[in-house]
Design a protein. Sequence first.
Length: 394
Amino acid sequence: MKDIMQFIPDELARLKEEGLYTNIKTLESPQGAWVTIDGKKKLNFCSNNYLGLANHPEIRKAAKEAIDKYGVGPGAVRTIAGTMSLHKELEEKLARFKKVEATMVVQSGFTANLSVIPALVGKGDIIYSDELNHASIIDGCRLSRAEIKVYKHNDMDSLEELLKADKDLDCRKLIVTDGVFSMDGDIAPLDKIVELGEKYGAMTMVDDAHGEGVLGEGGRGIVDHFGLHGRCDVEVGTFSKALGVMGGCIAGKKELIEYLNQKARPFLFSSALTVPDTAAVSKAVDLLMESEELVQRLWDNGKYFKAEMQKLGFDTGKSETPITPVMIGDAKVATEFSKRLFDEDIFATKIGYPTVPKGKARIRVMISAAHSKEDLDFALEKFAKVGKEMGLIK
Ligand SMILES: *Cc1c(COP(=O)(O)O)cnc(C)c1O
């Protein structure tokens, strides 16, 4: 008889054969500028811990104190008995931080997208989605059962063409985009997107996962960066990147949040963010509101590293943020480069197809405020050494 589970080993073998299999590395230390992998210290260029908050002493302390006061688990979904004063305090604080009327906290950035999109549009409606949008946006769009129209990456002519063709259709329309695209580090032209939304009667939504804590005044995000307060209808964020913890956020008008409190399925059917997570995020927001120092250090580090890499002769792509892609092209060369850097104690991943187009493989360097100048100089020396050995630079 045929083994009905045979497709599993078959698929695993195919992934390995085609070089698409991910070997998952395990960290034996806290997340930081340096991490321990297989008992050895590696300079960490892989994490989204932009501000170094993932192991911040004040945030650790806030989480511990909250556990002593409120326990660990929320015990229920937000709408039944899972909403604690910690959640409400965080939501109010986030609204002040982001200068919006209201916010809603959910379990992750991924669930934030699954929460919002199907609540705003459904069958018979239309979504306009950037071709490079994050998987969680794509999944949220699919769950909504609205028609999905994909526009060319950051291409406003492509978006307007689609909107114009539909201008007489009487249905709900939603334009959705990542704020910062994490593979290239480029920024969505949200000002133009909002203008097009206003012109054609479409709602606008941005997922600012990589802009939160990075863009705008003191890390207030992409809406602040473009001064679009009150004009972009929905802002989604995550606490798992610059804020160093876990959890997701939706920000906008009071009525939108009240509506999502009644409609968003991950809010209604999946339990609340845990006590230590909630308290930790709250402390992270306090730190951002107190000082812009970390955000400034992140940008200084990014600018320094990018400029020095360019001096060495590397192509750092079209990044407008501290994310530094090192463009290689061939996937096998990029894999080899990443391996040899790892042997030199630099942990920087290769990003290849299908995450980026074929022939556009790269090493992606995630710069953090946690990196010291010595860390960056150490990395530059290793990039230069391996790059020369491999004939990638002169
Ligand atoms: C990382 C990321 C998410 C997921 O956030 P989590 O809080 O880790 O679930 C969602 N959207 C974008 C654009 C991201 O980069």
